[in-house]
Design a protein around this ligand. Structure first.
Ligand code: FA5
Ligand code: MG
Length: 438
């Protein structure tokens, strides 16, 4: 939700509807031409052509395997066009620079003990993404409202935790997994439907904690916080104090207790950025059940999942998450390999244009669906979608007023262009979301 920016998390919302139909995802066809019905309705705003076949982790994937017009699939072309771009593997990109710096920290402090994976395929099974990390069957994150489904048993991973179990089973005990992850989410400067996470995982054997006199869980929790505080110091060059958790200097941080289905205890680390607490990572001590199922019966472990964009925004002073996807040379030329923390100089700030839209909602209305419609029409020209008014009348009808902020990061938008976009948004909101415009 744009309204509760800091605490927006995949694992803390209420339940939503699920669709279950069995359709396999076992074979990939070769290049098939686009079907015209799947093309965006307003070709004028469609700037990037969608390629038809890409290769992910050695597997050839055709567009029509991922974007299909059937009820078990909710992947739009805007999302397909991001698959395979792998921003985290570009050494000159802020995300690649940050990833490499974190890798350096682990290599130096743990004598190269952490195995690194940054090319694992983002198309995973429901089992990998949810079941293997103990996400309950009725958990909101499994809903079509929150996750991109390729078919009923296959999703675009919504977190890098999807790879924990398989790597444990393969015998890895110290690993880092970096990759693009996908979520149907709200629209604002710190949320994007595709972003990048780095997962960290460390398994301990009994001799490691027994010598300390602590129980395994307390030992792992303490080690986890020490590791991440050390990482924060490595990235920000500052000291972190626990209780009260506070960083001296430019960046303030704090630990917050939270809940994840796969860790206990669980924590989040927040950084004070642009006058708000920004959540940058989730972590905790791994549930025993996950270790037990994957051949690590007598061990304890910790895990973390950090949002690379959020950290990079703070480190490089990047004000808007959409910038990471920009091909504009005025953005890309500002960063070089190995240069962490170069401050981004905004090349220009073009004026925003606000359009308000009020409608009577139906029971099935969700903000994520609205954002998907807006994103499908306006792409990265939409900066924020926020609920500015909400009331229920005597007849029990609920009205929402949303403000859509349009702003390009690269040029000034014309009135005509914005009016066209807004007109299409109004049309599609009415026809696709089952609401009544006011
Ligand atoms: C998770 O995804 C857990 N898998 C993290 C984890 C791993 C916990 C291992 C424990 C053990 P969460 O949904 O909070 O948690 O996302 C983790 C981070 O991803 C957030 O802290 C935030 O930095 C980033 N993030 C989440 N949603 C978005 C978004 N829409 N855009 C950009 N970054 C996001
Ligand atoms: Mg979270």
């Amino acid at each position: 939700m744009a309204l509760s920016l800091v605490h927006s998390t995949l694992f803390s919302k209420t339940s939503q509807l699920l669709i279950h139909t069995k359709i396999g995802f076992s074979h990939f066809s070769s290049s098939i031409p686009f079907s015209s019905s799947a093309l965006p309705s307003n070709p004028k705003t469609w700037r990037r052509p969608v390629i038809s076949v890409l290769e992910l982790g050695g597997v050839k994937i055709a567009r029509d395997d991922v974007v299909r017009d059937d009820p078990t699939n909710n992947v739009p072309d805007t999302i397909f066009s991001k698959l395979g771009l792998q921003l985290h593997r570009r050494d000159q990109h802020p995300l690649g620079i940050l990833k490499n710096t974190i890798y350096d920290y682990f290599d130096t402090n743990y004598s190269n003990k952490f195995d690194k994976f940054d090319e694992l395929c983002p198309i995973v099974s429901v089992k990998q993404n949810f079941d293997d990390v103990l996400v309950p069957a009725d958990h909101v994150s499994r809903s079509y409202n929150d996750t991109y489904y390729v078919d009923s048993q296959t999703v675009l991973r919504c977190h890098t935790s999807a790879h924990q179990a398989e790597l444990l089973r393969k015998g890895h005990t110290h690993f880092l997994v970096t990759g693009d992850v996908y979520r149907r989410d709200s629209i604002d400067s710190t949320h994007y439907p595709v972003f990048h996470q780095m997962e960290g995982f460390r398994v301990f054997s009994p001799d490691e904690w027994e010598a300390s006199g602590m129980d395994g869980t307390s030992f792992a929790a303490e080690d986890l916080k020490k590791c991440l505080e050390g990482l924060a110091t490595h990235l920000f060059g500052l000291l972190l104090y626990v209780d009260p958790v506070k960083i001296s200097g430019a960046v303030e941080m704090r630990w917050v207790d939270t809940y994840f289905p796969f860790t206990n205890p669980s924590f989040e680390l927040e950084i004070y950025f642009k006058e708000k607490w920004l959540e940058v990572l989730g972590c905790g001590v791994t549930e025993q059940e996950i270790l037990k199922r994957n051949g690590k019966l007598n061990n304890v472990a910790w895990a973390f999942g950090l949002g690379l964009e959020r950290l990079a925004m703070v480190l490089f002073d990047i004000p808007d998450i959409r910038l990471f996807w920009s091909d504009d040379e005025r953005f890309t030329s500002q960063f070089s390999k190995g240069q962490l923390g170069t401050k981004f100089k905004p090349f220009s700030r073009y004026p925003p244009c606000y359009k308000d839209m009020s409608f009577w909602i139906s029971e099935s209305f969700t903000e994520n669906n609205l954002c998907e419609v807006v994103r499908g029409i306006a792409g990265d020209l939409v900066e924020e979608v926020s609920l500015i008014d909400n009331f229920t009348n005597k007849k029990g009808m609920t009205s929402h007023c949303y403000r859509i902020s349009y702003r390009s990061m690269e040029r000034s938008l014309t009135d005509e262009e914005i009016n066209d976009l807004q007109m299409s948004v109004r049309e599609q909101v009415q026809s696709k979301l089952n609401v009544v415009l006011r």
